[in-house]
Write a protein that binds this ligand. Structure first.
Ligand SMILES: NC(=O)c1ccc[n+]([C@@H]2O[C@H](COP(=O)([O-])OP(=O)(O)OC[C@H]3O[C@@H](n4cnc5c(N)ncnc54)[C@H](O)[C@@H]3O)[C@@H](O)[C@H]2O)c1
Length: 337
């Protein structure tokens, strides 16, 4: 009888343990290496203070928030995107919220698709600061359109912006890091760089290209242990990415402002990006549930994972056609912004 009671108690204990772990997993908003680094690794405060960081796509969303968190850490920031007025707005706020001075912030308007300007932009940064410690390849654009409806130039445009533009900036900055034998190249890829997503065939292809490029480059740079190549794969995050996404034509953006509040708050995503940079993590997944768990399933049991994506993908297309944000019906709860 006593043995039976022990067995029952042990079974209940195990069940409770698995329930607790499952609930914790369902609350996780990043992969296990990143969560480990956040709890036990180096903090951005200790590692990034005083760094010179070049952020592309600094005029809104994740890039804008990156600038704010970086200046609060005491990093000098180079702000790049196409619209100078927006960059000056972000710079002004950076000065207001930090103890940095005018000389610590450099605005360099830059179009990622205008490859001929990338060398002179890089030279200007090095001339001003004498070095680039971290390049954050963040600038980019998404897509909301079905393949069958979409012009071929959308696929070209997304490749030129998200992939070639990023490779070009990296090509100019990397020799400088190699000369110093140190640096970090942080690229904001996407979970869409790991798995497919309907309505984003061209975007997913450009992010998959980035993954392949940087995963190969990292190995090529194996003889430079202090040059880190860090791929960041976020799931849905609050930003202007949907508003700015191209449609069936490259020039036409979605424009309509749909509710984004159910997505991961921008500041949480950016904090996790900075933890990844501080700890030289090679690839990180940053996403709320249920996306994160689906990506784990895709890694370990791809056929099951793609079956789930196939079913959820149809809902995504229906949402899009009825005018709400494509991902909205998968959210577990509303987030604060
Ligand atoms: N928000 C998300 O859900 C999400 C998820 C995964 C990955 N991402 C990636 O994060 C990065 C930042 O996007 P976001 O979500 O902040 O969106 P966003 O639209 O708010 O910001 C995009 C930034 O890129 C800039 N940009 C666009 N075209 C450019 C060009 N030709 N030259 C230079 N800059 C250009 C924009 O001006 C803006 O500053 C993108 O690479 C995006 O693909 C976003």
């Amino acid at each position: 009888m006593e043995l039976l009671t022990c067995c029952v108690l042990l079974a209940l204990g195990c069940l409770l343990y698995f329930v607790v772990q499952f609930v914790r997993l369902m609350k996780a908003d990043a992969d296990l290496t990143l969560l480990w680094a956040e709890s036990f690794g180096s903090s951005p405060e200790s590692k990034l203070r005083g760094s010179v960081v070049w952020v592309t796509g600094a005029s809104s969303g994740i890039g804008e928030e990156l600038c704010y968190q970086l200046v609060k850490l005491g990093a000098s920031v180079v702000l790049s995107a196409r619209r100078e007025a927006e960059l000056l707005r972000v710079k002004k706020k950076c000065l207001e919220i930090s103890s940095l001075e005018e000389k610590d912030l450099l605005v360099i308007p830059l179009d990622l698709t205008d490859l001929s300007t990338h060398k002179s932009a890089t030279d200007k940064v090095i001339q001003h600061f004498g070095r680039i410690d971290i390049l954050v390849n963040n600038g980019g654009r998404s897509q909301r359109s079905l393949f069958v409806d979409t012009d071929l130039n959308v696929f070209q445009g997304l490749m030129e912006l998200n992939y070639i533009g990023t490779v070009s900036i990296t090509k100019h900055v990397l020799p400088h890091m190699i000369e110093r034998k140190k640096g970090k190249i942080v690229t904001i890829s996407s979970i869409t760089g790991l798995v497919g997503v309907p309505l984003s065939t061209g975007y997913a292809a450009s992010k998959h290209a980035l993954q392949g490029f940087f995963n190969s480059l990292r190995i090529e740079l194996g003889t430079y242990p202090d040059i880190a190549v860090i791929n960041i794969c976020p799931g849905p995050v609050q930003s202007k990415v949907v508003e700015n996404a191209c449609t069936e034509r490259f020039e036409k953006s979605v424009e309509a402002h749909t509710d984004q509040t159910y997505k991961m708050p921008t500041d949480r995503c950016v904090r996790l990006i900075l933890v990844s940079a501080a700890n030289d993590l090679k690839e990180v997944w940053i996403s709320d549930q249920p996306y994160l768990i689906i990506y784990y399933i895709c890694q370990y049991a791809p056929t099951w994972g793609f079956w789930i994506l196939q079913r959820s993908g149809q809902k995504r297309i229906q949402n899009f056609k009825s005018g709400i944000d494509a991902d909205s019906s998968f959210a577990f709860s509303k987030k604060t912004s």
